[in-house]
Design a protein around this ligand. Structure first.
Ligand code: MN
Ligand code: MN
Length: 305
């Protein structure tokens, strides 16, 4: 029997990764392609809010893929952020809004890359291009992903395409985008039952440039001082992460989703990279207007390297 095609986003899944995988499964079904959504890790509280709201199950967990497994990637392309075994998998298709990095395939593939604020905005375009109808569940999933990735259209990653998509998706979903969006984002800021180690791995990405290995983690909050009450323990967990993963630099961005600012905690033996442009005080710096890892934090680090 032919094995089914698997669709998944990146490790440490966020709302875009989960929602886009589910939507891509449905989009493929409409095209007559049997592909199943999977996830590469635990579902965060923000995403749980969305799935509970809709009463739908989270995708099954996928630990690794075997050689030749047919896959569709959403919301990522870098193998370091993907499933174990991805090098030997057969990548049929990619929908992504990130830079293309260390990505190579043996065979031709469909690859849709757009510099939008969210993968779901690309999928929304697919529905349009194929003249497929969007039902309320699909609309809610895509709207939630856009709200999450663009922080309610306030992140500098937001494009006009995200705005157009969210407006229509909100109408189809029958939600007040502002009200629903804020509730959803707030659900993701309840950090109480996470250990410090879990907190720094909730939304973490590892990058390497010129031999410098750097991890940038991000947690959303509605009150930065609340999170900073755990500063010492967070630093301990960050130092352990540095040891465990041979990191040169680790940055935790505590992002205030209401006021669009971030406080950074910066550790490792290459904190000089950040200090090239930002003076650290007690390993910390407050960055006005900074909310995006992709558009603001990562470019800053890479430029300074
Ligand atoms: Mn993502
Ligand atoms: Mn995304």
């Amino acid at each position: 029997m032919e094995k089914e095609i698997l669709i998944f986003g990146h490790q440490n899944p966020d709302t875009d990764t989960i929602c886009s995988a589910i939507v891509a499964e449905r989009l493929n079904a409409k095209k007559g392609v049997n592909a199943k959504a999977r996830r590469l890790g635990g579902v965060n509280k923000e995403t749980k809010y969305v799935l509970n709201y809709l009463g739908i199950e989270k995708p099954e967990l996928l630990e690794s893929v075997e050689e030749g497994q047919e896959v569709i990637l959403v919301d990522h392309n870098e193998f370091s952020q993907s499933v174990k075994g991805i090098e030997k998998a057969k990548i049929l298709e990619v929908f992504d809004h990130h830079r293309i990095c260390n990505f190579e395939t043996a065979e031709p593939l469909y690859y849709t890359a757009k510099p939008y604020g969210c993968t779901s905005t690309i999928l929304y375009g697919e529905y349009k291009a194929n003249k497929f109808e969007i039902d309320t569940e699909e609309a809610t999933l895509m709207a939630s992903a856009i709200i999450s990735d663009t922080l309610l259209l306030k992140s500098p990653t937001t494009t006009k395409y995200d705005k157009i998509a969210l407006k229509e998706l909100g109408e189809i979903a029958g939600i007040d985008v502002e009200e629903y969006g804020l509730e959803m984002l707030k659900a993701g800021t309840d950090l109480d039952d996470f250990s410090e180690e879990e907190l720094i791995n909730l939304d973490a990405k590892v990058f390497e440039k010129s031999g410098v290995k750097c991890m940038i983690s991000q947690v959303n909050t509605v009150n930065i001082p609340d999170v900073l009450e755990r500063e010492e323990k967070l630093k301990e967990a960050m130092s352990e992460e540095v040891e465990k993963n041979n990191l040169d630099l680790i940055i935790l961005a505590i992002t205030d989703i209401l006021n669009s600012n971030s406080e950074l905690i910066v550790l490792g033996n290459r904190t000089d990279i950040v200090e090239k442009s930002h003076k650290l005080e007690n390993d910390r710096v407050f960055l006005e207007g900074v909310v995006s890892r992709k558009k603001q934090l990562l470019p800053m680090v890479e430029k300074n390297i």
